[in-house]
Design a protein around this ligand. Sequence first.
Ligand SMILES: N[C@@H](CCC(=O)N[C@@H](CS)C(=O)NCC(=O)O)C(=O)O
Length: 218
Amino acid sequence: MHSERNHQEATVPTLYYRPGACALAPHILLHWVGVEHVAKRAERNDHELLAINPSGAVPAFRTADGHGLTQAAAIMQHIARRAGREDLLGADDPTAQDEVAVWLSFFTGDFHPSFWPYFAPRMYISGSVEEQYPAVKRAGIKLVQSGLAKIDAHLAGRETFVGGSKTVVDAYSVPMLRWAKNIDGVDFTAYANAARLYETIISDPGVVAAMKHQGIEP
Ligand SMILES: N[C@@H](CCC(=O)N[C@@H](CS)C(=O)NCC(=O)O)C(=O)O
């Protein structure tokens, strides 16, 4: 059994998150591996978060032995390995391990950034040119649709991203598919395989617990 605390404690690993951000993925993983942990909501100026990640981005993670980690992919690999849960990284199958690496890289390196033009169009325009925001957002939506098409094709006939059981990739897919489902301009139901996986995984006890802790709905 594990427990989730809201206060800092030495040797208990701490995940810093903002509700609904990509830190939801390692938060789900902490529940899947069943390790005692603190999940702390941290705004950009939180001094504990800034001590690990001066940019204020989440996720950030304070490990059980006290060092700070950034980058969701690194944090998730650390959590799975430290818990002895190699099964969540492809077990001892080299092909599955490669596929986990490919999909984790795709999600963190390609798909996650494709949302930024939609969420923060001002990042892509110099000066304050608000009338251009809709065009930038449309460009972002196209990127999201392209990524979703790739995800959807891969998931045809599959219940998980890699092999026959869940891996860290499935955890990471939760915040990404949630974003895709909830933004205007994307018909998420058109991606039937992705929608099916999302509808199934949102009932997973670890997903339910992490979302509840963060105060968010699917
Ligand atoms: N490459 C980083 C991306 C982290 C990231 O972009 N996090 C977002 C939330 S999903 C963030 O905190 N952005 C900065 C901000 O909101 O101020 C990772 O995979 O961890």
